[in-house]
Design a binder for this molecule. Structure first.
Ligand code: HSE
Length: 323
């Protein structure tokens, strides 16, 4: 048995414009050998106190709670241990390799890396649906509601549709057209997902719901047909983006710059403030990312981190000595 076990879970883009709470894709770096943004969780047994103890957190500038009941990774790991290995005790070390509150699925990456590490440490080999269910306990703590559009791609990789979580996670892996690439920019600002979700309308006019599910269905169809024109028409969000965009200075300028630079479509990544744009090819994605970053700077005075992420990206995995 391996002890300790280190697991990496990637950052992710959720919603993909028209798929609020149901669509998402994993992110990766385009540089060989670079894990890209995400979290590493190291699980070790026997642990100190209780089923799960947080032994250390790095890369969070002291902002994440060490108390197990308030920590996303610990809550997810405890849900797994309570159900599958009662009596076990593990220590977790969390290494944040991505920014907090950026719209890139930071809480999901913590929860997923924790359940993958604990599953491997205890030699359980649980199915993905079970890991997702336990990780969901951590995501609910962080974002205030059950949704798996960051968790599922972070765990499984690729671009996925979460059809339902009830009674069990039902996740569909979708095909990705050759060359589809994500240009991502993260302005140096933060959005709290729980607060952002609380501001969304609880009831939608039927016309808006029809528009949204028409686009979501069209996006899925476009992926199966590798139809980039249809994909471009489908990348429209009439549910969350209109409510959230006013809270991201420079959003409209950055989105316009992405389209002008040739992006197929652009929207908030999750609850923002990061923006993603889908592009045909890496060279185009680099130009789009540069255009978005320039627009954030000139319109809102915000500096940005940039990422060009070829799709599909791999999901969570146990790692050895990878940096
Ligand atoms: N689908 C979620 C939202 C993702 O937009 O609120 C953020 O966790």
């Amino acid at each position: 048995m391996r002890n300790p076990v280190r697991a990496f879970a990637p950052a992710s883009v959720s919603n993909i414009a028209c798929g609020f709470d149901i669509l998402g894709f994993a992110l990766q770096s385009e540089s060989e050998g670079d894990l890209g943004p995400g979290d590493i969780v190291t699980a070790r047994e026997p642990g100190g106190h209780g089923p799960v103890r947080i032994a250390a957190i790095a890369g969070d500038e002291g902002r994440l709670p060490l108390e197990a009941e308030r920590n996303t990774a610990a809550v997810a790991a405890k849900a797994l241990i309570d159900a599958e290995a009662p009596g076990s005790a593990v220590d977790l070390e969390i290494e944040k390799r991505m920014p907090l509150e950026s719209g890139l699925g930071s809480s999901a990456a913590s929860a997923v890396a924790a359940v993958v590490a604990v599953d491997a440490l205890l030699g359980l080999e649980l199915p993905a649906a079970s890991l997702l269910r336990y990780a969901l306990a951590g995501e609910v703590l962080a974002s205030g509601g059950p949704h798996a559009d960051n968790l599922a791609p972070s765990l499984l990789g690729g671009l996925v549709l979460v059809r339902s979580l009830d009674p069990e996670p039902d996740v569909i892996d979708l095909p990705v057209p050759e060359g589809l690439t994500c240009a991502l920019v993260r302005p140096h600002a933060e959005v709290n997902t729980k607060e952002s979700r609380a501001r969304l309308d609880r009831h939608l006019p039927l016309e808006r719901a029809v528009t949204q599910w028409g686009n979501a269905a069209a996006l899925v169809s476009a992926l199966y047909r590798s139809d980039l024109e249809l994909l471009s028409r489908a990348l429209v969000d009439v549910v969350a983006e209109p409510v959230r965009a006013p809270g991201v200075p420079g959003f409209h300028a950055a989105k316009a710059a992405a389209i002008e630079a040739g992006a197929l479509g652009c929207s908030l990544s999750g609850s923002g403030p990061a923006l993603f744009a889908l592009c045909d090819g890496r060279d185009g994605a680099r130009e789009v990312a540069a255009a978005m970053a320039g627009a954030f700077d000139s319109s809102a005075g915000l500096n940005c981190d940039r990422l060009v992420a070829p799709l599909p990206a791999p999901g969570a995995r146990v790692i050895e000595g990878e940096a």
